[in-house]
Write a protein that binds this ligand. Structure first.
Ligand SMILES: [Zn+2]
Length: 201
């Protein structure tokens, strides 16, 4: 389990003109936006898993104008970061959602997607499979009960590098934008979403 004492200042991430820079940071633009945030927003971060097979495949999905989805950032399993939207533009990651009296959280929030296969199913031979046919060893699997469920299930583990980089990102975004709330997609859309799930610390 990574320590929460990790500090963004030990990382080299910088934001300038709503664009992130640092080591292992790249920008792949997405046109999937409804334009600039209003007033004092964003003030919230929504954490997601991609339920995808790789960082690049998920970035491809979120930067294809035929798909009405996007996020500001995606974090790969080595901690590498792809930014897709500048932080002053509204993304399409939260969908139908509500939190503390607000609805449609996209207009208030930045979206961070973590490359992760999501829920896994034991195949009876010691391996686990994802919805898209990926096969995972037991060392990549976390067994835990989701906050919105009652029995334990199997989830793709996050990597420590990925979690540390996500903490760094959150610290930096909190400082730069006055973010006051970090939530999981599963908390703002509990009837439809299970990400980032119990494997996320
Ligand atoms: Zn999500």
């Amino acid at each position: 389990m990574p320590t929460l004492q990790h500090n963004a200042s030990a990382d080299n991430l910088v934001i300038s003109k709503h664009r992130l820079s640092g080591s292992d940071v790249s920008f792949t633009p997405s046109s999937n936006t409804s334009g600039p945030f209003k007033d004092s927003f964003p003030d919230t971060i929504v954490i997601h898993f991609t339920a995808g097979s790789s960082l690049s495949s998920s970035v491809n999905v979120m930067t294809n104008p035929n798909n009405k989805v996007s996020a500001h950032l995606a974090v790969g399993r080595q901690g590498e970061i792809v930014q897709m939207l500048p932080f002053n533009k509204i993304g399409w990651h939260a969908g139908k959602s509500s939190w503390q009296g607000r609805t449609s959280l996209n207009q208030y929030s930045l979206g961070i997607e973590l490359d992760n296969a999501g829920e896994l199913t034991p195949n009876g031979e010691g391996f686990y499979t994802s919805w898209f046919g990926g096969v995972y060893e037991s060392s990549d699997v976390f067994k835990g009960t989701h906050r919105n469920q009652t029995a334990p299930r199997y989830w793709h583990r996050y990597t420590e590098a990925q979690i540390m980089r996500t903490f760094s990102l959150c610290q930096l975004l909190c400082r730069q934008y006055g973010i006051t709330c970090i939530v999981g997609h599963e908390e703002i859309a509990p009837d439809r979403k299970v990400d980032p799930g119990p494997a996320f610390p």
